[in-house]
Design a binder for this molecule. Sequence first.
Ligand SMILES: Nc1ncnc2c1ncn2[C@@H]1O[C@H](COP(=O)(O)OP(=O)(O)OP(=O)(O)O)[C@@H](O)[C@H]1O
Ligand SMILES: [Mg+2]
Length: 381
Amino acid sequence: MSHGPRSGLAAVSSALLAMSRHLEVRDVLKTIVVSARELLDAQYAALGVPDDHGGFAQFVVDGVSDEQWKAIGPLPRRHGILAAMLDDAAPQRLADVRRDPRFEGWPSAHPDLVDFLGLPIRDGDEVLGALFLANKNCPKPDGACGFTEDDEELLGILAQHAAIALTNARLYERSRELTIAEERSRLAHELHDAVSQKLFSLRLTAQAAARLVDRDPARAKGELQQVAELAAEAADELRAAVVELRPAALDEDGLAATLRTQVQVLDRAHSARVTFTGHGVRALPAAQEEAVLRVAQEALHNALRHSGGTHVDVSLERRGNGAVLRVGDDGRGFDPHTVRRAGRHLGLVSMRDRASGVGGRLTVESAPGKGTTIEMEVPGG
Ligand SMILES: Nc1ncnc2c1ncn2[C@@H]1O[C@H](COP(=O)(O)OP(=O)(O)OP(=O)(O)O)[C@@H](O)[C@H]1O
Ligand SMILES: [Mg+2]
């Protein structure tokens, strides 16, 4: 069977259409191999995508039955003519592959290949794989016709499409990995900012209850109620972080009231005096309210855990269309420049990210012995 220019074009076009209907890269590769074998009228066709260990990550064949494929045994390694296509990115059109000096033989169940046409699949300078055919069906009884230059050109078109399919598959995989990484970091920040803070307060309250239980059972009972409340809140925060809900309290009560409640809870749980003042703040865009709440939580958490201060004051004020949050303590302070940005300290990094994520600004004012003030400004709507 031979193709005139028009029927050849129609066949290529239908092969390309068939490819575009497949989404799985393996299906696309299979379609390319099947189309190549049919269009160029060969007995065997294959496509190999190398891995990093001298073998193949994918190897797709057509013209070989399942039994034959099993009998051949393991996938080929990259040697001989295969290596020439992949390593030198050079097309190989051979009248008899067995007579080529690079030929190194094949397993006993391997079909006997004679005439051979193989092309690298390339994306720029990079070789992504190889597409090859063997044993062109021949109308003449002696069977010695082999692949032509036209065949090489046609196979070149299919190799280009294989390159596109492989590149797309890589891009897709890469973007999926990025999404997973982003999701993981979001979850880490959310758990850090909201949940670990609640658990910290919970631990302190439970310890207080344990100390009081013999001496003052009535107060111990109060502390234990507090433990139950904090545990319920931690559970809510955890659920919110996992399903990416914004804290329900923000929708129900608004930012200022939510902050006030959380401050009251902390005031009761810790020995430091924790206060809140709010002035004339209007509702802000949801993302900004959420960011302010998270930053306040982390700043409070740091003040209660690290500062050793006796007072922590939280304020929320209107500024222009937006708002300013301030969390100040009278504790030991620290030098913000010497905090290592190593993995263990997520808090300050996370606060900065949250502020810039909503077009806001975060400043840390602190010096040893001078206490600490965290200020966050958000632009509003
Ligand atoms: N209000 C504060 N008073 C005193 N020191 C503080 C205060 N806030 C932060 N620091 C110091 O800055 C360091 C970094 O804070 P950051 O919140 O980034 O990390 P962390 O609290 O140590 O750990 P994480 O927040 O990841 O649980 C703290 O370890 C602490 O030494
Ligand atoms: Mg912290």
